[in-house]
Design a protein around this ligand. Structure first.
Ligand code: MN
Length: 232
């Protein structure tokens, strides 16, 4: 068999303090997983089942890389998120077993073209143009759970140019990590390399060219992303 052109390399994320890399298979994202953020987006945060959207694996960009301001938007937003890195495949995983499928955790920034997302939402259309663009999945190095434990609480915060914009506790999640894994695994077979962005707290807002956006999570350190000029 001959491929008609060279297959693209598998996107990877650094493993902290290591030369190893975590191969990224898919990126799933949870919508509205903090009540105060659901409210600021004009939604009722009642505990209905979580919903998911996806980003392409090759939308991933390392946490400390410069990201060009994306096309088509006038309103690029940051979203600080805990990212779960899946190391074991499975389907219909009970919540009580879910953490054994976790390889590690990372800090994420779910970059969003908010104007396109809201326009799509208004018309009942898919969120892809708002959420699934090049370099939209900022993910810092993966911390193996053997080193950091399973993360269910602790401060998550985000600053833009040193000014605090988001601050919450991971325990404020409406759906904690084991439930997210369990619910997602009833829809699709989870595979090693899948990553799950677990939703953002309140305080989302815009990023401009030249801004430096830092996200920190207790136990995982911080990542810092500069927004560069639009790609030529
Ligand atoms: Mn998000």
């Amino acid at each position: 068999m001959n491929l008609v052109f060279a297959a693209p390399a598998t996107p990877t994320i650094a493993v902290v303090d290591s030369n190893d890399r975590f191969p990224v298979r898919r990126i799933f994202c949870v919508g509205r997983n903090y009540a105060a953020h659901a409210r600021e987006m004009g939604q009722d945060p009642e505990r209905e089942a979580p919903f998911f959207f996806s980003k392409p694996a090759d939308a991933v960009v390392q946490g400390d890389h410069r990201v060009p301001y994306p096309p088509l938007t006038q309103n690029l937003h940051y979203e600080a998120e805990l990212v779960v890195a899946i190391g074991l495949g499975g389907r219909e995983i009970p919540s009580v077993d879910a953490l054994s499928y976790v390889w590690g955790y990372a800090i994420g920034n779910d970059l969003t073209r908010r104007d396109l997302q809201l326009a799509a939402r208004e018309k009942g259309r898919p969120w892809d143009f708002g959420k699934a663009f090049d370099n939209s999945a900022v993910i810092g190095p993966v911390h193996p759970f053997e080193r950091v434990g399973h993360i269910s609480r602790g401060v998550i915060e985000l600053t833009v140019n040193g000014k605090q914009k988001q601050k919450a506790d991971l325990s404020d999640m409406i759906w904690p990590v084991p439930d997210i894994i369990s619910i997602l695994s009833r829809s699709i077979a989870l595979q090693p390399g899948d990553m799950i962005m677990t939703g953002t707290p309140e305080g989302v807002g815009p990023l401009e060219i030249g801004d430096v956006c830092m996200v920190a999570i207790d136990g995982l350190g911080s990542i810092s992303t500069e927004i560069g000029p639009k790609a030529a």
